[in-house]
Design a protein around this ligand. Structure first.
Ligand SMILES: *[C@@H]1O[C@H](CO)[C@@H](O)[C@H](O)[C@H]1NC(C)=O
Ligand SMILES: *[C@@H]1O[C@H](CO)[C@@H](O)[C@H](O)[C@H]1NC(C)=O
Ligand SMILES: *[C@@H]1O[C@H](CO)[C@@H](O)[C@H](O)[C@H]1NC(C)=O
Length: 296
């Protein structure tokens, strides 16, 4: 009797325990509901391969096949802001394929800045990796670009439904959000480690077979083409480049100080504890003196 009760409790409680890890604690504040939506046409336009992009209602679809990928770009550049989109990823074999949502000024600056959300494609049965990255004053002089990658798995299947992903960038910090859960905060520790020049927002799907999936072990396989990415629910709450000083940079919290609330910090700690799979600051194969923000 006692044994069967024990087994009964085990069967009931085990799934609850694992669910507790899978369901994020409420962050309390939802930036995705605070910033205004822009239709694709009002905020963005196609940047490359317009024949690999369709717009149906509020959804923009771009795809990669053996001829090309495709990408779009914001009409304006911004000196700070909240940039969000709901994205649905391609299922099945997607190794080598990158679906991206990012900020960059690489088209106008040789030593450019960039803030990335990149979904690294995968092989069936393994989860997508969401890679966040920050480049500052990147190189054009032959030295390698210094990335600041922090990677996550997700607590849901990103191929089954649209989820909201966002980059908050203001003069003090960068915060990456997944369904309003802050997953990574990158504070400004010095001018040399923080992007401060105007950037545009972009979305794209492309072939990065050389590195995207398990360090390049699995490549894009075009027998599974086309690889399709869907974007909708575009949010831009930003200060345009050259805007008046009265434009207040977007904040990731409801507090006047701009600081994340206790609930938001609890949610971020949860995401990092259970879903963070790589952090450049903890990578002993890297020369961390090149990323001084890791040392303090
Ligand atoms: C456009 O979207 C509508 C509603 O989601 C859908 O019913 C329709 O099949 C779509 N059209 C195309 C060409 O994909
Ligand atoms: C690309 O894919 C198409 C459709 O499957 C195929 O007809 C074509 O030969 C492929 N091209 C190359 C260069 O592999
Ligand atoms: C970028 O780095 C170069 C040195 O490589 C430096 O001269 C320049 O001032 C830096 N620019 C910014 C905006 O930090």
């Amino acid at each position: 009797m006692a044994l069967s009760l024990y087994l009964f409790l085990l069967v009931i409680l085990l799934p609850l325990a694992s669910n507790a890890q899978r369901q994020p604690p409420s962050p309390g504040y939802k930036p995705s509901s605070k910033f205004s939506s822009v239709s694709f046409g009002k905020g963005y336009s196609n940047l490359w391969s317009p024949h690999h992009q369709t717009i149906n209602g509020s959804t923009v679809t771009i795809w990669l096949d053996n001829s090309t990928g495709s990408g779009f770009k914001s009409l304006n550049s911004y000196s700070s802001g909240y940039f969000g989109a709901a994205i649905k990823l391609h299922p099945g074999y997607t190794a080598g394929v990158i679906t991206a949502f990012y900020l960059s000024n690489n088209q106008v600056l040789e030593k450019h800045d960039e803030i990335d959300i990149e979904f690294l494609g995968t092989t069936p049965g393994k989860p997508y990796t969401l890679q966040t990255n920050v480049y500052v004053n990147g190189t054009g002089d032959g030295t390698p670009l210094i990335g600041r990658e922090v990677k996550f798995n997700l607590w849901f299947d990103p191929t089954k439904a649209f989820h909201n992903y966002a980059i908050l960038w203001n003069p003090k910090e960068i915060i990456f959000f997944v369904d309003d859960i802050p997953i990574r905060r990158y504070p400004k520790k010095s001018a040399a480690t923080f992007p401060s020049r105007p950037m545009w927002a972009y979305g794209s799907i492309w072939d990065a077979s050389s590195w995207a999936t398990e360090g390049g072990k699995y490549k894009a396989d075009y027998q599974y083409q086309p690889f399709i990415a869907r974007y909708k629910n575009f949010k831009i709450g930003g200060c345009r480049a050259g805007a008046r000083a009265t434009c207040r940079p977007a904040s990731g919290s409801s507090a006047l100080t701009g600081r994340l609330s206790r609930k938001q910090n609890v949610a971020m700690a949860w995401a990092q504890r259970y879903y963070k799979v790589y952090d450049y600051c903890g990578d002993e194969t890297r020369d961390l003196t090149k990323t001084s923000e890791c040392l303090s």
